[in-house]
Write a protein that binds this ligand. Structure first.
Ligand code: FAD
Length: 605
């Protein structure tokens, strides 16, 4: 596998990026923490190091802003990434893998091979786990697996408590599954994220392991960490391999005729389908790991006995929540497989008609499993495609095609993240969209978070999110548009609120979804297309069933008034039950948003 990958990867063209890579300035920039970049920025004359002026506005904008965006980079720096003048984190990792390739090939397997689990908490169809198992079997040594719980990573990624709980529960199931194959799963909490690489090295040495396998994560910090770790371990004669697994097509593979990354989904998807058809192995499934070497049970007895720690203190949930989430979101790869089969058996054929109606269970609710990695997208796409009785992704039943194309959005947003890494640094895809003058109205934001805006469809959706840790896709678009346009609140506050509450929180998909709905991202909805919450409500929840389920104050409101109680004669009833009046007037809010977007986009900071 590494040989094939190395052969396929093009030699990096000598570019401005390559020149910078060798320079002192670049080295200091990649090794410097964002906080230090910021504190140095004021004294620096380097335009790439200036913070975005938006940051300077924070004094007047208040505490919320300062808390959320201390690290926003300058537009100039984002543009430098856009133009390829700064090496992207994925290039750093690819370079580390390429440059150590020969050396790693020559390392002999010692006492064990290790797989490091991250967002791939399954035994089935797991590329790096399978590769680790094969390496261990071939050398006749045990396979050991590990997962490191990092409270600081959870904090930095704003991982929601419900997602952390899901992770811990998934780990417990995974530990049992692996034990059936005599494979130990060792789980340890590492308090400081900066200590993770060092701790990995210690564990590998303790286990006399010479080979480490893991699947790739595409966020900036993770790519940079892995790039350094590959090199550091190679110096200690330990081989680390980092594989593409959470995507079907690796980022960087698909380019336009002019050689650029696609920034629009439809042509990207056409290229994605053509590429998968031309490379059918991309949808081949990886077997689960083989039964472990007999010595594993004795040699690593302690690891089998180790327990999965509780969620860290910063991410605990209450007993009530724990019971609710456990019932709603059963953990483990078998639950994921069951849900997938049921969906493919009963629902996928009607997906096109049902997918936009939040009152129906017309979608798969598999996103929590895709994000945790208890299910691979390869497996899901294959199963749907095979039901379609065609080997083509773009033929046969329209609903099946549609569902596959929805799953492909996951790949699309990961390709975007790898190509434009600054979206990971609080920056909109188009840097000039950072110039929009957002509102930071704390009362409006609180009303949105708590589902008290007086717009029933928005409130129903936010209450669904707060109660079950998940929200229907149509509603995600409605509430995101409402926040960024009707309330003109900085979309990043919504993005972060979502991450903090979703069980399926996935940086790339969430950032992409917010960028789309707020018209600031890649392939954005045009900014002048502003969702009318009332029309959305009438179209997608025609009987008001979804609203009545999540907004009990409106349960007794009859007919169409449920979409707009104060404008359709149900005001007294709504008021009596404590349902608020609308916090903004849509038409006026729309005009305000249009003006703010126009002004922001045309200013050149
Ligand atoms: C503002 C906003 C924020 C979002 N945040 C996230 C997030 O943090 N994590 C997340 O997994 N999805 C996110 N999405 C995408 C989408 O809403 C969810 O994936 C979907 O609602 C999950 O429900 P499902 O599994 O029933 O989807 P289905 O309709 O059954 O779709 C199957 C799978 O396709 C993928 N998918 C579908 N639509 C999208 C999409 N628009 N973008 C990316 N992947 C998609 C998901 O993995 C999903 O599980 C967001 C969308 C928006 C508009």
């Amino acid at each position: 596998m590494p040989a094939a990958r190395a052969a396929k990867r093009k030699a990096p063209a000598p570019s401005a990026a390559a020149a910078l890579r060798g320079s002192k300035r670049f080295r200091s920039s990649v090794s410097t923490s964002p906080e230090r970049v910021l504190s140095k920025a004021s004294s620096s004359t380097d335009p790439l190091r200036q913070p975005h002026p938006f940051w300077q506005q924070s004094e007047e904008a208040g505490v919320v802003l300062r808390k959320y965006y201390p690290h926003e980079m300058s537009n100039a720096r984002a543009k430098a990434y856009q133009e390829g003048k700064l090496p992207r984190p994925m290039e750093l990792l690819n370079d580390a893998l390429d440059e150590t390739f020969q050396q790693r090939q020559e390392i002999k397997v010692k006492g064990a091979v290790v797989h490091w689990f991250k967002n791939d908490l399954r035994t089935a169809d797991n590329r790096a786990l399978r590769a680790a198992s094969e390496a261990a079997s071939k050398a006749g040594v045990p396979l050991v697996t590990m997962y490191l719980v990092s409270p600081e990573d959870f904090e930095a990624h704003l991982t929601s408590p419900v997602r952390v709980d899901f992770t811990i529960r998934n780990l417990k199931v995974l530990k049992e599954e692996l034990a059936k194959l005599d494979i130990p799963l060792y789980v340890e909490t590492v308090e400081k994220r900066k200590d993770i690489p060092g701790r990995i090295q210690e564990l590998l040495e303790e286990w006399d392991a010479s080979h480490l396998y893991t699947n790739m994560e595409y966020e900036v910090d993770e790519l940079r960490r892995e790039a350094k770790l590959v090199r550091a371990l190679a110096e200690k004669d330990i081989s680390m391999d980092v594989m593409h697994d959470t995507v079907v097509v690796p980022p960087g593979t698909l380019t336009t005729g002019a050689g650029n990354q696609y920034a629009v989904y439809t042509p990207w998807y056409r290229a994605w389908v053509a590429h998968v058809h031309a490379h059918p192995h991309l949808l081949e499934l990886f077997d689960p790991p083989a039964k472990n070497h007999v010595s594993a049970r004795t040699k690593f007895k302690d690891l089998f006995a180790s327990r999965v720690p509780d969620a860290p203190a910063n991410k605990r949930i209450t007993k009530d929540e724990a019971e609710r989430f456990r019932a709603l979101w059963p953990a483990g790869e078998h639950e994921a497989a069951k849900r997938l089969e049921m969906f493919c058996e009963e629902k996928v054929g009607k997906y096109t008609a049902a997918r936009n109606l939040p009152a129906e269970t017309g979608t798969s609710s598999l996103s929590a499993h895709f994000s945790a990695g208890t299910l691979s997208t390869r497996t899901a796409i294959r199963m749907a495609r095979d039901r379609n009785k065609t080997k083509k992704l773009n033929a046969g039943n329209e609903s099946i095609q549609r569902w596959i194309s929805e799953i492909a959005w996951r790949d699309f947003y990961k390709h975007v993240l790898a190509r434009w890494p600054y979206v990971c640094m609080n920056k909109p895809f188009k840097p000039e969209y950072a110039n929009i003058s957002w509102s930071y109205d704390a009362a409006h934001f609180a009303a949105w978070c708590e589902g008290r805006t007086g717009f029933p469809i928005v409130d129903a959706a936010m209450r669904q999110l707060n109660h079950v840790g998940w929200m229907h896709n149509r509603c995600r678009m409605i509430v995101a548009s409402f926040l960024a346009k009707d309330l003109l609140i900085d979309w990043r506050m919504g993005e972060k609120y979502f991450m903090g509450h979703l069980i399926d929180g996935d940086f790339a998909s969430n950032n992409g979804g917010w960028g789309f709905a707020a018209s600031v991202g890649v392939d954005p909805q045009p900014y002048f297309r502003i969702f009318n919450p009332l029309l959305q409500s009438e179209k997608f929840d025609p009987d008001g069933e979804y609203i009545r389920k999540w907004v009990p104050e409106l349960k007794g409101v009859k007919g169409d008034a449920v979409h707009e109680p104060y404008g359709r004669g149900a005001g007294p009833e709504a008021k009596k039950k404590g349902y608020p009046e609308p916090i903004v007037e849509h038409k006026g809010a729309r005009e305000r948003a249009l003006a703010a977007y126009k002004k922001g986009i045309s200013s050149d900071l």
